[in-house]
Design a protein around this ligand. Structure first.
Ligand code: ZN
Length: 374
């Protein structure tokens, strides 16, 4: 299971994000959470300022259709749309998702249908003909690893989500029950003019705090947090956040034995670049040099003690969702038995089997047979 964070617009200044989320399940289902501001806001944002005198900004790339396209999806690929509530920054494009099952709290939908005033702003979207709804009542498991948490207060029938990611652990998408990190304490938190019921807002904040403690939540993502959104704290799950791409420093060990080099295959459930071939290596920890990281990774990943022969040129590479800075080293085996990797002739390596960032390394290895350092 993977979690993508999309930016679907912002309030300027100071850059308060309007997020959406996409959860891809292990069995290939796409669950979208919210759809952002209406498309019309790109060309014609409302004249009236948003909360705290902010101005709504929706860039072309912020449009949910374009965000989905960035990871190769169309609106028809969305199986389930979780609608947290019908405010314009969350439900502005629901009418596009006629193919999806739209999951909303029954109390919210019924209030909207009955004329709840603020929810009429997006009525053309959530009440469009042909939409397929599934109503839920209170806390509900949507799919294995995805739970809907009823958090009324901001508005009746608002919902948050708990997503259990395989590597990161349980992640809370608080949505507008907790808009930023200053609103986590139920008793002392501030409320916004948009929070319609103070007692319920505090009760829902308390409910989420208890859930965080009980479930061992490793990351709480707040609904509209200009400080948290661009930070490294989100880098583990962060995708397609134009505020900041994570920049990962990676050490690589090109372990050479005669005409061969040691390669391994990435796990098919890896968050990034599943199934491709790669060289042993990984993230450089804050307290180590790139050489030390290459040596440690070789020990941990393929069971070998190695020594560094020489440092190769540093490679910086942009993926859509992250930048990697590779620190490759040519190395040789000192001792140990290979685990989980195999020796391949250098000239038989194919660039297509490896991450794009490795292209130059592969070409160098392909052409380096004469050099028989053994
Ligand atoms: Zn909101």
């Amino acid at each position: 299971m993977r979690l993508y964070l999309f930016q679907l617009g912002s309030l300027q200044p100071p850059g308060i994000p309007v997020p959406g989320y996409l959860i891809q399940t292990g069995d290939g289902r796409n669950v979208l959470v919210d759809t952002g501001f209406p498309h019309a806001f790109i060309a014609n944002p409302p004249d009236r300022p948003g909360p705290q005198n902010t101005r709504i900004q929706v860039l072309e790339e912020d449009y949910v259709v374009n965000r989905l396209a960035q990871i190769g999806l169309t609106v028809n690929d969305i199986d389930i749309l979780v609608s947290t509530h019908f405010d314009p920054d969350h439900a502005g494009n629901h009418a596009l998702f006629g193919n999806a099952e739209i999951v909303v709290q029954r109390a919210h939908y019924e209030a909207a249908k009955a004329g709840h005033e603020r929810l009429q702003r997006t009525r053309d979207q959530w009440d469009a003909t042909g939409l397929r709804y599934r109503f839920v009542d209170g806390d509900t498991q949507l799919l294995p690893g995805i739970e809907l948490i009823e958090t009324s207060g901001h508005v009746i029938g608002h919902q948050s989500l708990l997503v259990r990611l395989p590597h990161t652990g349980p992640v809370l998408l608080a949505i507008d029950a907790i808009m930023n990190s200053q609103m986590t304490d139920a008793d002392t938190r501030t409320l916004t003019p948009a929070d319609e019921d103070e007692a319920q807002t505090r009760a829902s904040t308390r409910k989420l705090a208890e859930l965080v403690a009980r479930e061992g939540v490793t990351l709480s993502i707040y609904g509209h947090d200009p400080k948290q959104w661009p930070t490294q704290a989100l880098a583990g799950v962060l995708r397609l956040n134009p505020f900041m791409k994570p920049r990962l420093q990676i050490a690589l060990a090109l372990i050479i034995r005669g005409d061969e080099v040691l390669v391994q295959r990435r796990a098919s459930d890896a968050d990034h670049l599943p199934d491709v071939w790669e060289f042993p290596g990984g993230k450089i920890e804050p307290n180590e040099t790139p050489e030390q990281a290459a040596i440690r990774e070789a020990r941990e990943e393929v069971g070998l003690e190695i020594e560094i022969v020489r440092a190769l040129e540093v490679i910086e590479w942009d993926y859509p969702e992250r930048t990697v800075v590779l620190h490759p080293f040519e190395a040789r085996v000192v001792s140990g038995e290979v685990v989980g990797a195999k020796w391949i002739l250098k000239r038989e390596l194919k660039t297509d089997d490896f991450p794009g960032a490795n292209r130059n390394l592969i070409e160098m290895l392909n052409g380096s047979d004469e050099d028989s350092s053994s």
